[in-house]
Write a new protein. Sequence first.
Length: 236
Amino acid sequence: MRRTAALFAALVLAGCSSPQESQPASASSAASDAHAEAAKKLEIYQQLLKLHNDGPAVQIGHEIVDKYPDSPAAAEVKKTLGPLEANYTSVTEKNRLAALWLYQVSPMQGGTQSTATLSSSRPSGEEAVRLILRRHTDWGQSVFLYAVAGKGFVCKGDCSLKATFDGKAKTIKAFRPPTGEPALLFRNDASFLKDLAGTKRLTIDVVTISRGETTLTFETGGFDPAKWQALPKKKK
């Protein structure tokens, strides 16, 4: 009877101790599984790098680093993720800015015109104002603002518009066309284009009929002069 009681007591003690002893083994197994999962994702990350598929590579790279921070895979990803993300962000922004410009060549009133057009980022929508660079076989080169809403600008004679080119203050002389279009033509287009080159952010203070005093903001950094075609002079 004593032997049976002793055996039962030993079994009880063994049963109580086994979960505690299994906890370290369970934690080790979980860590091993996590590292294995991270290693699989690392293979995908490295394959995306080879394919120069930077967007998805940045996404899965962050997933590895954030979800498995202590894994060998995370340590490997950290060697390349920083420069990769910086380059991807730069290229994405460059493409976004370039896509804001519209370039067209078309017939226009007996001639041919080439235009580069950019809509203001502020105001936007129906209140947006377009910045238009134009070359025409008869009229030559011009730069002007055009009100999308069609209500135009308040301007008597020549207007002095306060502008900034990446924060550098300038003054633009402009006038309303005598034909009545909702536009402001710049007097010195050559000087404006020189200031525009390399500028990322342009602001111009105007007075519009619909909004009153308004600061127009243009994200100009994506302008590609090569896409704004020079036109041959019209044959007489």
